[in-house]
Write a protein that binds this ligand. Structure first.
Ligand SMILES: [Zn+2]
Length: 249
């Protein structure tokens, strides 16, 4: 069975196509799509969608860019909403640090991320981390935490940091653009398959130019990973599903 551990399946993005892409994923034998919220509004939506489609698993997050729009009181409120619903969600994410799109707010970002880390420690839920041009800080903060289950999503840091993630026993989720991205091909080559997962970040990062990304593109990721690891497709699919079960259950 296939898994997409990081996607943003919202009506706002997919409009009437949403039902169609979920149906297609069901037909393609997906076990789960981890549907990540980025703010309170989308957290509520992924929760609603998880009731409508059993394949969509709700993950609550607070994306760095979204978090910076809020004052401390509102952040508190959004994080409390996550704690209140912790039994209805599969993970915390999308969360993390982004120094690429956001400049001069590093210490504020870290302050907020630390609150989210504490929340993940408290709820014992896995955490799905975005780290753009902030990879070292992210890893350092997570290393000093007590979180056991960490997924670094679409990791674009150095191979040295990839080695650190692997040594720490964390997971790396590989996006569907592995088809052409040497960064992700190199990660798959380097890291043991028992610490790899698959994701799309739908609707973003489509492997096919000018198209909207969707979970079913993971079929091709499995082929590419099999090629690099010199294993059968079925074997790769099975191991990644087992990895998923290890993290999320
Ligand atoms: Zn994302």
């Amino acid at each position: 069975m296939l898994v997409d551990v990081h996607a943003h399946i919202y009506y706002n993005y997919f409009k009437e196509k949403l039902n169609e892409i979920v149906k297609r994923a069901e037909k393609n034998n997906f076990a789960a799509i981890v549907n990540a919220g980025i703010n309170n509004e989308t957290n509520k939506e992924v929760l609603e969608l998880s009731k409508k489609f059993s394949i969509l698993k709700a993950s609550f997050g607070l994306y760095p860019l979204e978090a910076l729009k809020l004052n401390d009181g509102d952040i508190e409120k959004d994080l409390n909403f996550i704690v209140k619903n912790k039994n209805k969600i599969i993970s915390i994410g999308e969360v993390g640090l982004d120094y690429n799109y956001i400049k001069n707010e590093n210490s504020r970002q870290k302050e907020i991320f630390q609150k989210i880390i504490s929340l993940a420690e408290k709820t014992k839920l896995p955490i799905i981390v975005h780290s753009r041009k902030a990879e070292s800080d992210c890893i350092e903060m997570l290393e000093s935490s007590e979180i056991k289950k960490i997924i670094m999503h679409s990791f674009s840091g150095s191979m040295k940091l990839v080695g650190k993630i692997e040594d720490n026993g964390w997971f790396l989720s590989i996006p569907a653009n592995i088809e052409y991205s040497t960064q992700f091909q190199n990660i798959v080559d380097k890291v043991t398959i028992s610490q790899l997962l698959t994701e799309t970040d739908s609707p973003y990062l489509s492997p096919i130019k000018n198209t909207v990304n969707e979970p079913s593109n993971i079929i091709n990721s499995i082929k590419k990973i099999s090629e690099i690891k010199k294993l059968d497709n079925d074997e790769v699919e099975k191991i990644i599903f087992m990895n998923f079960q290890k993290v999320f259950h």
